[in-house]
Design a protein around this ligand. Structure first.
Ligand SMILES: Nc1ncnc2c1ncn2[C@@H]1O[C@H](COP(=O)(O)OP(=O)(O)OP(=O)(O)O)[C@@H](O)[C@H]1O
Ligand SMILES: [Mg+2]
Length: 504
């Protein structure tokens, strides 16, 4: 099915300028029914911008969109929806203070014949969608009570509920675990068999390869490569995305680990919604200065809760947490940060960034004491530090003054990582640090962590990509149902790790 016949949408010569930034430089792009077209590209390459234009969120500076050979233009998302196009956004766009049901039907409520919203019907349809997505929650749950991964599933359910002809998925799996990705892919295959056209964007390259029919690579606002599934592999994608070979690095060596930085003993955290269940169930974990530990596990394994408990963001039921030999259990979040615990949280949009601040301010915010000159903050020093951090975590921005909202999704994530690293922590905890960042940037972030470890910092990071465990970690811990199910050295294999997590 690669003939012109199944082209449902064609974009010609699309240009998009944001002020002085030329995000798209004349891109041609086709979408075909019953197939998945995957868009690969570095952070800031223009992927989301192109998708926003095709779904009516943004208007192109110039260029044309054709459907069925006829020119169309979308003045809004509603307009695009009427043409059968819907989008799952990279940044979650749900209203936290509304229920799951109200989020799904927001702006297109089902009305009763004689007026008023038909909540019963909306609830029924929501329940059916949640069942299809295998998410065991009630339609009247508030979105603010859900974890990021669950919110992402709601975001997907909302797009699915529209029955569109073209479904754009911009990093739909960035917060999902392997099992949920499988559920999603099952739904995707079903949509394909009904002739729906899908555009898919992901930095999880192996995952994307699994469902892609055509691959397209964007680089700096230009379309640089295009190929059918049969002709591509991982190396092809990486080569076309970053133009070089790279590797994620190896565990830093040639030094001795120091004293214990973190010592967790019998830590138990209960599920706030169901106190019968322990999400972290008697975990022991020791990390020494200079050591890098990777925690692998599926969503729901308790990794996030473990890291958040160490940072003081989860209530601990029992157990002990020592930082450099001293208990921090009674300390507030702020005190723990002061003592040297740095957490890069899972939900970076909500917890990590101040949306109204500039890139530079967001980067230096957590370490303003280092920008002091006497008793005042030195604007010059702050700007200088911001520039250094921008380089250290490779943020693609015209400068520190840009508003954080003007960065691509992956670049916003790099800012959160840079901000924590800037506080010079003794212990860096990173919850899925590589989600949403491109292969080149992943390598940069891992190099940065390896450097810090060499300087005596203890590093703990979680990931759902096995390959990332096998890169810089000295030790790999597999978590399953709140407990440690296995521990490996850097010589472990992918199969061993996955088997221990209950995947294989
Ligand atoms: N609202 C905006 N204002 C200014 N510049 C913007 C805006 N939105 C995007 N840009 C710029 O346009 C370029 C393309 O961004 P885009 O979000 O399309 O990248 P992307 O390929 O989706 O990256 P990622 O993989 O990080 O999601 C970037 O340089 C970005 O900084
Ligand atoms: Mg994007």
């Amino acid at each position: 099915m690669t003939t012109k016949d199944n082209v449902v949408l064609e974009a010609r010569d699309i240009v998009k300028n944001y002020g002085g930034t030329r995000a798209l430089k004349g891109v041609n792009f086709e979408i075909r029914s019953g197939t998945v077209t995957t868009l690969f590209g570095e952070n800031g390459a223009g992927k989301s911008t192109l998708m926003k234009i095709l779904s009516g969120v943004e208007q192109p500076t110039s260029g044309q969109i054709l459907m069925g050979g006829e020119p169309v233009s979308f003045s809004s998302t509603t307009d695009a929806a009427e043409h059968g196009i819907s989008i799952i956004h990279q940044e979650l766009s749900l209203a936290p203070n509304l229920t799951v049901r109200d989020n799904i039907f927001m702006g297109r409520e089902i009305m009763r014949r004689f007026g008023g919203v038909d909540y019963a019907e909306e609830t029924r349809q929501t329940r059916a969608l949640l069942k299809e997505m295998k998410l065991p929650i009630e339609p009247d749950t508030y979105v603010s009570d859900l974890r990021v991964g669950q919110q992402q599933i709601i975001e997907i359910a909302r797009a699915l509920s529209v029955n569109s002809r073209i479904l754009i998925m911009d990093e739909p799996t960035s917060a999902l675990a392997a099992a949920e990705v499988e559920t999603l892919f099952g739904i995707v295959r079903d949509l394909l068999s009904r002739g729906v056209a899908i555009v898919y964007i992901s930095h999880h390259l192996e995952e994307a390869l699994e469902i892609t029919d055509h691959a397209v690579v964007l680089r700096d606002g230009n379309m640089t490569a295009r190929a059918e599934r049969a002709d591509i592999d991982l190396a092809w994608i990486v080569r076309n995305m970053v133009g070089e070979n790279f590797d994620l690095g190896s565990p830093p060596e040639g030094y001795e680990f120091g004293e214990s930085v973190l010592s967790v003993d019998g830590l138990t955290v209960l599920d706030p919604e169901n106190p019968e269940r322990a999400v972290v169930n008697g975990i022991d974990l020791d990390v020494r200065a200079g050591e890098i530990v990777c925690i692998y596990g599926l969503m729901g394994a308790g990794r996030t809760e473990l890291l958040e408990a160490i940072a003081g963001r989860e209530r601990v039921e029992s157990g002990e947490i020592l930082l450099e030999g001293k208990s921090i259990l009674g300390d507030s979040i702020a005190t723990r940060i002061e003592k040297g615990v740095g957490l890069v949280p899972e939900d970076r949009q909500r917890d990590g960034l101040v949306q109204t601040f500039s890139v530079g301010r967001n980067l230096t915010l957590a370490s303003l004491d280092q920008s002091m000159s006497g008793w005042a903050i030195s604007g010059k020093k702050e700007k200088q530090r911001a520039r250094e951090l921008i380089t250290a975590v490779t943020v693609k921005t015209p400068g520190p003054e840009l508003n954080i909202g003007g960065l691509s999704g992956g670049n916003q994530q790099k800012v959160v990582i840079g901000k924590i690293v800037a506080t010079d922590p003794r212990l860096i905890l990173l919850d899925e640090p590589s989600r949403g960042i491109d292969v080149g940037a992943k390598a940069e972030v891992f190099r940065l962590l390896a450097d810090r470890a060499r300087g005596g910092v203890g590093v703990v990071y979680t990931t759902s990509e096995v390959g990332e465990c096998l890169s810089i970690a000295h030790r790999i811990i597999v978590m399953s149902r709140g407990q440690v199910s296995a521990e490996f050295g850097p010589d472990a294999t992918k199969d061993m790790i996955m088997a221990a997590s209950g995947e294989a």
